[in-house]
Each structure stands twice: as structure tokens, then as C-alpha cells.
Write a protein that binds this ligand. Sequence first.
Ligand code: SAH
Length: 377
Amino acid sequence: MSQVPETPLPLLDHIKRRIALSGPISIADFMNEALAHPEYGYYRKQDPFGRAGDFITAPEVSQMFGELIGLWAAVSWQQMGCPPKIDLIELGPGRGTLMADALRAVRNVPGFGDALTVRFVETSPVLRTHQQTAIMASGIPATWHEAFDNIPVRADVPAIIIGNEFFDALPIRQFERGDHGWSERLVGVDADSGELGFVRGRETPVTDALIPATLRGSAKKGDIFESCAPAIAIADQVARRLNETHGAALFIDYGHPSSAFGDTLQALKGHEYHPVLRDPGDADLTAHVDFAAIARAMNEAGARTGAVLTQGTFLRMLGIEQRAELLKTGADEQQAVAIDQALARLVDADQMGTLFKVLIGYGRETTPPPCVSGVAG
Ligand code: SAH
């Protein structure tokens, strides 16, 4: 019996053709194709969230996550002196669950709901529809934007900017230390197998400038450094807006508090790790966020940042344990177990509590928002 050949993925074919035409591409170019290709990109064609999807994010684990972030935003607004108008901006809102839970939690904060306009930065048309449905019940007006910088600045309207698992989806480049300098890790096509594989570009001292001064001296052969230019660019834009509008920002992501060497590029498919180059467009691709690099970019643009916290510490400071107890008073036994499990998932050190980090930024004339401890910059 002859085997029917598998239909090759159109996106994989497209990437191989691109490499055949112009040589190996950067990991950032590969991630851009895999995640953002207008027709076949992972975030352009499907809804990747939830138990049936490829991964589950904190807002999908429990309503408590979005509720507490809503309260953080409301208290930040109060500390700004309750301005009559405020833009609540979310970067990469997924299904809109975080925002829906946040808006429900703050509806009894006097004046806050009336002051709010929600602004979503989302590239996926499918997810925009989910977001619209999710916040419909709140009655709060919302607008959608392709990019953060497209959101108009309104005079005297502070911006509160939030993002959960946004930066980790942005394209990174990787550089590997060789004998004489750094070379970029690229994606090429193996001549024998015809499959995608990693290749090394030419060693050059030029990329030295990309490596933070604190790490440059300690690099050993084989060390990998990752840089995420789009994240740095957005951090810079956010910082400028915080200064201009006296706003506050909250970013939660998995990553490290200080810059470090390491290959953190990973793919997830059906809740399992997956070879990163195997199924572009059909697996989620992320990399750890370098919070020190984000904070540095914000500080260089003149905004302030708090010390990086773990998600567990941040949620406990906001009272997640008390919130869980309150939810359990109205729950049956099975629901109470589910609430405890969700709480553990969000805060325990061996689950999301330590790997996920929180960075709070604020304008140089903004009163520090809640949970800014140990001001770092
Ligand atoms: N915050 C959500 C979703 C995280 S996944 C949650 O916690 O569940 C990443 C989100 O960022 C998705 O909504 C994706 O469509 C969006 N996204 C990815 N790249 C983007 C880009 N360059 N600009 C705007 N949104 C982007």
C-alpha cells in the first residue's frame, strides 16, 4: 500500500521558501511568521486559550486574578485623586476574561466606572470578538487598537496600562557566544533532511552592544543571550505615556527579574512542550521576559518602576487568600475544592507563584500605585 504523503503546512512551506530565497532568518522573523502571519499566524487564526487550547493563563484559572487587578487599578485611580476620566488600557487581552472580571469587581467603587474608557491593544480579529462579548455586560465603552502607540493621548486623562502574558509572545533574537564574539542563532533548512533547524550566523563583535554591561564580562563560550526589541520599544512608549498622563502600569509575565544567559524559547501545543520549529502557526511560541531590560527601558524614558515581585507575593498583598475564603462561603464542597486548587495554582511556588513576575511602572509625578515596594528605579 502506498503511503499518502501528508499535506505540508502552508506556513512551513512559506518559511522554507523564504529561507531558500534569501538564506537563514532570525528567530524573531520565525516567531513573527509563526505567531503573526496575517493568514496562518497562531494568534491570527485561532483561539488558543483555555483547557481545550494549548495553554491556560492566570485569568482563565480563576476569576480572582482579574478581580484583584481591577482593585489594583481602582486604588491606583483613587491615589491619582479620582480623575473624572481615565483610560484603562490592556495589551494582549486574550479572551477578555481579565478585563471582564476586573470591571465586575470594581463596579461598586464610587465614580470609577463612570470615569472609565477601556482600550484594548489586540491584533487578532477572533480574539477581539471574544473581548467584546466578555465585557458587554459591564456597559463600559471600549475601543480596539492595532498597536499601543495608536491610542490617542487625551489631555488630563491618565492611563492605567495592564498586560498579562503579553511581552512573552513578542519576537526575540538569540545571540550565542563564540571564540571571538557573538553570532546570531538563525533558522535555516537542513540540506539533508529538508527540515528547519538552527544555524549560526557569522561571529561579530558588533552585537556586544546588545549585551547588558553587567553580563558582558562573564560570558562563556556557548552562552545564549536573548533580546526582545519590540518589548523594549513598547516599554519605552508606555513609560512616555505614564510621564505624560501621570499614569500607572502593571505587567505580569513569566520571566526573570535580572538579565541572564539562557535559551528560553519554548513551544506549547495541547498543554505539552513541543519542538519549537516543528509546527509554525499551530503551536504557541514564547520566551521568558527579561524584566530588568523592560524596567531599564522604562527608567531610561524617565518613568519609575517598583522592585520586581513574584506573582504569589503580589496576589497575596492584594488579598487573594481572603478573596478565596469569601468565595468559599457561598460555595458547595466541590466548588470549594476548585477554589483552593485555583488559589494554589496562582500563588504556590511550585506552580505559577514564583515563575511569574510582576513589574509596576508609574510616571515620575504619579503617586506610587499599590504594591510598589522597594522602588528600584
Ligand atoms: N492576556 C491574555 C492573553 C495572553 S496571550 C491572558 O492572560 O489570557 C497574548 C495576547 O497578546 C493575545 O491576545 C494575542 O493575540 C496578543 N498579541 C500577540 N502579539 C501581539 C501584538 N504584537 N500586538 C498586540 N497584541 C498581540
